[in-house]
Design a protein around this ligand. Structure first.
Ligand SMILES: NC(=O)C1=CN([C@@H]2O[C@H](COP(=O)(O)OP(=O)(O)OC[C@H]3O[C@@H](n4cnc5c(N)ncnc54)[C@H](O)[C@@H]3O)[C@@H](O)[C@H]2O)C=CC1
Ligand SMILES: N[C@@H](CC=O)C(=O)O
Length: 801
């Protein structure tokens, strides 16, 4: 025989009542089953509410009449139950009070009513169903509200009842309720119906207990909180027991024990998807490893501080005796060895009572100041990682710290392989997602906010969106672009903005402040945050500080932050260090070329860099490579460079030499030089008259540059070409270097002279390499290569997140 149990949600009319009847019908026609039912939907709560109204001597009639008229009650003779309830409510109304015994009698009507209805509906479908009032089977002690079954009597009564049924009969048994030896109605406490079903399975030595719920089975975490949670196919009883103890709402420890005793498998199924296998819990060994995350949300942390009690014996015993006298159960406990500090978790509703009990117990110790204080923090939750041991705990732990979630305390069990972490309640969802992403090997979600969607930013967004699947398959990284903004508008989507981002932004983008992005990330508990600055704004860089303080790592193609004052540069590093955030900006020198990384590694490894020289600007490289050898005017070649996306948003940044100057300054600071922007000697290629006019006027009048550069070209010898060069020299061991940019005439067959297209060339001279510099050469500008470089930074950060 199999026991099928249906919970209240499955039985509500707005739920899956018809599915339940058809499941039972199909199964009853094929095999031997017994059915255990809970009360319909929220019946138990409604009955309790009416009882409360009656006890407060309020008018309970309206609610009671509404209850009686519920559609599921139609067509069934429930006169007996309704009359019984009416009498009790009237009595309670008169007395203004009720006992737990009365409450059990009232609540029991919910299961009695649903049992009758299910039986009748099955009979209408020609199923030989018999209503079975479990008060004649489950005999309990008289702990009303949480009665304990008397196994020997209950077993014997249950077996006798089922033996008396004709073959092919389907018993519909009321869950949750029992009766004392004196025939007084009792209830079995929280999760009582599941317990009844487990007891029945035990007494009848059933083949399997099948629990039909509103979920597909047990998941690696609550899918309402973790969208990547996966269904677990199989669990061992021990693992299920751990899960049950730590808050998995569809399991309860006391349900599992009767099943373990008789080795009866438990299957969690979805009423709406009866054909699926759900989760099977049995004694079969399963693959070892971490199984699931569970959350205890309705809890409070009690912090007991008693420094003066150091070394005194029996303090813990006093604490737990005081609590146990009040029947307050303690879950997570953590105690320091050096001082008498003890933190532990109790049910939230009992926290004040717990503190009062402790204050009473330690009254004299307060007086002697041996106990400093006892406090409650009820804004906490406990996350338990079932199957986790300490050998790999550093992974989720580090991920939490990375995401600025600092566990308040944690503990592990010696035998049970699980670690519990107490976190601030507001961080629960984010913490769950971070841990889940880390330990289940499913993709780690990286949440990106992209500021600036011009040439580089726009190309980057497209590159990311085109490669999301590929990256997820190869790297198990799920890149989610949750924010895209320019200087005016912001588009947000916590699930990820898609390929249509441009249209969506123009349709739904809204004016914003930076705080909107930060708040959105917090409200949606987004983890592994990266902000990407693809603007050229010297104003935007001040946003780096709030971003860092709110858990964002940073990436920029914008050179403004690293070329601001040295004080700003230092403050930024300080904030990054304090908040344990990282900042990558590989594309700020040489676009996609690995300049920063190479320079940094050489310097860090102690290699003495003596000089860095080269063509730093892709734009100017393109300009002079083509202008020197082709019969084209200077402005024609410049326009080509602009069209190809090599130039800065304002091309005068390139022509003024400023862009090269910035790159020199960025590299200098990588070498720990403290140069300021004003100390960079720059040759400006723009005639004085055009240096401070509007960009649009300048762009309209580019040909004014032609005469000057035609004259310069005239002076070149046949084997000579023009190159705009940047050089970092001087004693680079000191705090300042010499930073210089200039237009130079070089031999066409020199390394610099042979440059093609928009290639940059960087020569890094070091002590060990002598006269043979490390040379890095390649496309030094262009939206595609730059975006690709930024993408590289995203992956670098993501892998370390
Ligand atoms: N084009 C290239 O080859 C390379 C460019 N870069 C850098 O990449 C950055 C972007 O360049 P492009 O895409 O060509 O510029 P762009 O002008 O095409 O795009 C800049 C974007 O930033 C936005 N923006 C400006 N101020 C903002 C603010 N305060 N807040 C939010 N958004 C703001 C603009 O609305 C625009 O969407 C620049 O800093 C540039 O120096 C770096 C290496 C190579
Ligand atoms: N305009 C810049 C782009 C890269 O920083 C250049 O030409 O190098």
């Amino acid at each position: 025989m199999k026991i099928l149990k249906f919970g209240g949600k499955s039985l509500s009319f707005t739920g899956a009542f018809d599915h339940v009847i058809s499941i039972i019908k199909n199964r009853a026609q094929k095999e031997s089953i017994a059915v255990v039912v809970s009360a319909f939907g929220d019946t138990t709560d409604v009955l309790e509410k009416i009882l409360e109204q009656a006890a407060k001597q309020e008018n309970f009639t309206l609610l009671f009449e509404t209850f009686k008229k519920q559609p599921q009650h139609k067509g069934i003779d429930l006169t007996h139950e309704f009359d019984f309830l009416q009498k009790i409510f009237e009595g309670v109304h008169l007395l203004g009070d009720y006992s737990l015994k009365i409450k059990d009698s009232v609540l029991a009507q919910g299961e009695l009513i649903s049992g009758k209805i299910v039986t009748k509906k099955l009979q209408e479908q020609a199923i030989n169903a018999v209503f079975t009032d479990s008060r004649s089977l489950i005999i309990t002690d008289n702990t009303f509200g949480n009665a304990q079954p008397i196994a020997s009597v209950s077993r014997q009564k249950t077996i006798a009842h089922f033996s008396s049924l004709d073959k092919g009969t389907t018993a519909v048994v009321t869950g949750f309720i029992g009766a004392t030896l004196h025939n007084e109605t009792t209830t079995l406490g929280r999760n009582g119906s599941n317990y009844s079903a487990a007891l029945l399975a035990n007494y009848l030595e059933a083949e399997e207990l099948q629990n039909y719920t509103h979920v597909d089975g047990i998941f690696t975490a609550n899918p309402d909180w973790v969208s990547d949670a996966q269904k677990i196919e199989r669990l061992h009883f021990n693992e299920a027991n751990e899960l049950a103890n730590f808050g998995a709402s569809i399991l309860h420890a006391k349900t599992i024990v009767p099943l373990i005793e008789k080795n009866i498998p438990l299957r969690i199924l979805n009423t709406f998807k009866p054909e699926e296998n759900g989760t099977l819990i049995s004694s079969e060994p399963t693959l070892s490893g971490i199984k699931s995350l569970s959350v205890l949300a309705d809890v409070a942390l009690i912090n007991f501080e008693g420094r003066g009690l150091l070394g005194k014996a029996g303090v813990d015993a006093r604490i737990f005796t005081a609590l146990s006298e009040k029947n307050i159960s303690v879950s997570v406990i953590s105690q320091g060895s050096s001082e008498r500090g003890l933190g532990f978790i109790v049910e939230k509703g009992r926290a004040t009572e717990a503190v009062l009990a402790l204050e009473k117990e330690f009254e004299t110790d307060f007086y002697t100041r041996d106990v400093n204080h006892i406090s409650i923090d009820d804004e906490v939750a406990v996350i338990s990682i079932i199957g986790q041991d300490l050998s790999t705990f550093h992974k989720p732990y580090n991920a939490l710290i990375q995401n600025k979630i600092i566990p308040i305390l944690f503990n592990n069990t010696v035998t049970g392989r699980n670690v519990s972490i107490v976190v601030k309640k507001e961080a629960t969802k984010k913490a769950l997602n971070v841990i889940h992403g880390q330990i289940f090997g499913v993709s780690k979600k990286i949440n990106l906010a992209i500021f600036g969607h011009g040439s580089v930013g726009g190309t980057l967004i497209d590159q990311i969106l085109q490669n999301t699947e590929n990256i997820e398959t190869k790297k198990q990284l799920k890149l989610v672009v949750f924010a895209i903004a320019n200087s005016r508008n912001l588009l947000l989507n916590e699930k990820g903005i898609g390929q249509e981002w441009e249209n969506e932004l123009s349709d739904n983008g809204k004016p914003y402040e930076l705080q909107d992005v930060i708040r959105f990330a917090k409200e949606h508990h987004l983890e592994n945050l990266i902000a990407i600055d693809n603007t050229s704004s010297a104003v935007f860089i001040h946003n780096y500080f709030p971003l860092i303080e709110n858990g964002f790592d940073l990436i920029s193609s914008n050179k403004a932050a690293n070329t601001n004052t040295f004080d700003f540069y230092r403050q930024l590093r300080k904030s990054l260090k304090k908040n344990q955030r990282r900042y990558l900006y590989e594309t700020t020198v040489g676009a996609g070329l690995p300049l920063i990384d190479t320079t940094r590694l050489l310097h860090l490894s102690g290699e003495n860099i003596t000089r860095i020289k080269g063509v730093f600007s892709g734009t100017l490289s393109y300009l002079f490579n083509h202008f020197s050898t082709e019969d084209k005017s200077f402005s024609t070649v410049l326009k080509e460079a602009i069209e190809k996306g090599f130039t800065e948003p304002d091309p005068r940044e390139d022509l003024s030499g400023n862009d090269v100057g910035r790159k020199l300054l960025i590299l200098a600071r990588e070498l720990e030089l403290e140069n300021e922007w004003e100390e960079v000697q720059i040759e400006n290629l723009i005639p004085q008259a055009f240096q401070s006019i509007e960009t649009s006027d300048f762009l309209r009048n580019l040909d004014v540059l032609d005469a000057h550069y035609a004259a310069v070209k005239e002076t070149l010898q046949p084997h000579e070409v023009l190159r705009y060069i940047g050089e970092l020299s001087g004693d680079l061991q000191k705090s300042k270097g010499i930073l210089e940019t200039k237009l130079a005439v070089v031999s066409a067959d020199s390394a610099l002279g042979q440059l093609k297209g928009s290639d940059s060339l960087f020569e890094i001279y070091t002590e060990s390499y002598g006269d043979h510099p490390i040379t890095i050469q390649g496309a030094g500008a262009g939206a595609k290569v730059t975006a690709r470089g930024v993408f590289g930074d995203v992956l670098r950060l993501s892998e370390k997140q």
